[in-house]
Design a protein around this ligand. Structure first.
Ligand code: CTP
Ligand code: MG
Length: 231
């Protein structure tokens, strides 16, 4: 059954899903790779559609897969599908351009974070609604982090207490994200990084272990295990 999005919701979610998935190994584009028998993108969109504030979902698909992705998602939720770009930032920009007038909160969410709970989507949106211009979900860093130089020789130990691992969805006032993308110029940064460059404060909310980014085969195996234990 197709989930209904909330026509009175104030949130649009952009889902960059146009990456190849090189680190996952040979196969279809990552968003279309199967997790417990369904593509990662289906898992991700189903959870987004279950978040009650979500009014619009725009997916940026691999160029050759736009029609296939439309058909795949039609039974899941009403979504728009646009062709993505060569870099993640271009895919986000393409999706942003397709958001209809209305939603004043825009979330950017990796298809690769397929098990992200609807509650995290709502928590990020709520923080933007409460007045924060930009909001990112974060987790504490658990490993010791070292800076290394030439020849893999350690230069120093970074103070872990000041570090956070950043997840998605990242949430923005619509005008803030639009302005940041209009000025974009650094393919290496995330959406919050673009906003930081505009001098806009970015706030953190607690992330979720379930919002892990499925990057390598190990992550896929972990996600499979999490799903069978109720994620
Ligand atoms: N993405 C995108 N367009 C691109 C590159 C990435 O929409 N040109 C999306 C991916 O589909 C993914 C998210 O951005 O949902 C995060 O990127 P990443 O985890 O790096 O995915 P891939 O780029 O597919 O993986 P890899 O880097 O291993 O090829
Ligand atoms: Mg990538």
């Amino acid at each position: 059954m197709t989930a209904q999005l909330n026509p009175r919701g104030d949130v649009a979610v952009l889902v960059p899903a146009a990456g190849a998935g090189v680190r996952l190994g040979p196969g279809r584009p990552k968003a279309l790779r199967l997790l417990a028998g369904e593509p990662l993108l289906v898992h991700a969109v189903r959870r987004l559609a279950a978040a009650r504030s979500v009014h619009t979902i725009v997916v940026a698909a691999p160029v050759a897969e736009v029609e296939a992705v439309r058909e795949l998602l039609a039974p899941v939720a009403p979504v728009s599908v646009v062709p993505g770009g060569a870099e993640r930032q271009e895919s986000v920009a393409a999706a942003l351009a397709a958001v209809p007038p209305g939603p004043e909160i825009v979330l950017v969410h990796d298809a690769a974070r397929a098990l992200t709970p609807p509650d995290l989507v709502e928590a990020v949106a709520a923080a933007v609604r409460a007045g924060r211009p930009a909001v990112i979900p974060v987790l504490p860093v658990v490993d010791t982090i070292k800076e290394v130089g030439a020849g893999e020789v350690v230069l120093g130990t970074v103070d872990r207490s000041a570090l956070r691992a950043v997840q998605t969805p990242q949430g923005f006032r619509r005008s803030v994200l639009t302005a940041a993308h209009a000025a974009a110029g650094d393919a290496l940064t995330d959406d919050a990084g673009l906003v930081e460059k505009q001098g806009v404060p970015v706030s953190c909310v607690p992330g979720s272990e379930y919002a892990l980014k499925i990057t390598r085969p190990f992550d896929l195996a972990l996600a499979e295990h999490l799903l069978t234990s109720g994620a």
